[in-house]
Design a binder for this molecule. Sequence first.
Ligand code: FAD
Length: 440
Amino acid sequence: MVILGAGLTGLAAAYHLRGPCVVAEREATVGGHARSVRRRGHTFDVTGHWLHLRDPRTRRLVADISPADAWVEVERRTAVHAHGALLPYPFQANLYGLPLAVVRECLVEFIAAREAAARGDRPAPRTFAEFAEARFGGGIARHFFVPYNRKLWGAAFDALDASWVDRYVPTPTVEQVVGGAIGIPQEGLGYNARFLYPRAGGIDALPRGLAAAIEARAPGTIRRGSPVEEVDVRGRRVKLAGEADWRPYSALISTLPLPELIARIPAAPPEIREAAAALRWIRWRYLDVATRAPVPADYHWVYVPSPALPFFRVGVYSNAVASMAPAGAASLYVELSDRDGPVDARAVAQGLVEVGALARADDLAFTELREIEYAYVVFDDDHGPATAALHRWLAAVGVRSCGRYGAWIYNSMEDSMIQGMEAAAWAEGQAVAATERRPA
Ligand SMILES: Cc1cc2nc3c(=O)[nH]c(=O)nc-3n(C[C@H](O)[C@H](O)[C@H](O)COP(=O)(O)OP(=O)(O)OC[C@H]3O[C@@H](n4cnc5c(N)ncnc54)[C@H](O)[C@@H]3O)c2cc1C
């Protein structure tokens, strides 16, 4: 069996497979988007990677691969910076502190949206912007959802449909919205009120723990620095860079981004190439930021909808787990709205002071600019038909494409590990079927 990619999906698949397998990973380290880097005593992830475990299978898995007491449970502290005020998250349930005219606008339009929903006389929302307006009213949409998501999604914002948001956007009751508007903080709303994080710092403890368990059982399973060059679905074999021979497989699990996988399958017919070409995603840039002084804010991350500030979200790793930075310093991530061009370091530093993430611009010790090529998949009108066609065809040629970018979805680390487990069960079923097909 061959697994392409040693992110959390590929590693969880390898961990759960009972038979031998090979995991081909392009990079020198495992972890994919759940990796960490360390610089001068500071640790940074690929922006915030906070672990939420709801499923007993993943709780067991994480416990099995981690040393005792390796994880801390943290009560989420999240804020929204809007109109110069720092509000508790989520915006829609914590309007108190905004200019009064804005609070009134948001409340009146929220109530109007609720009335319209009760009458059922509005067409179902099609776009994300329509969803926000129908669910929360025009005021909350205008002051938070639309500007924030425009910064995050860039040009793709207008193409977004409403299908993916429900699980991730908390919908408060009328009582919560009114309570939050008159100053009763509404905290703990939403799917991620608490999270787990490695006590010793760096989310890569999770993929590294998985890799160590896999390699303790079967050394040599993970081939680091082994990009997949080609997949021959007819011959059931893959070509890894640097290896003279093709590697045969009985079942292939791929966690590569879908367009990257299709590009490596010469046998993919034209309609499949067309479907892959219809897939859209956004990339973004972020800064690892190290400070030489403590930060004023106590939040773990803050949402920043204002178009005047050059970032849409800022997080402070060391506010969650102190070991992420040297004593008296802090480690931050800053997710930038601009996807290209030079970064205006002064504007970023001033913006960080404005949102309370720095006391003074001079507290910056160093920054490093990074890019995430595949950050979010774009759920537009083509997404459903294109992914359905691609998965149908891949299943027919014996390939399971899974994980966040393999399935081409929006998901969490926990979801990815579950996809890996399910892929392992599928691969074992394939191997049994192949044995049964073999003539006696
Ligand atoms: C900005 C951001 C923030 C996030 N925050 C959170 C969070 O707070 N909490 C949470 O639970 N989840 C979060 N996630 C989601 C989480 O990162 C993913 O669910 C998970 O890491 C996906 O794992 P994966 O194995 O499916 O994909 P990946 O991590 O992308 O792994 C795929 C692997 O394939 C490898 N690869 C690619 N091309 C090749 C090739 N040609 N040959 C060989 N190998 C190749 C890659 O190097 C990589 O290691 C976040 C994601 C992003 C982008």
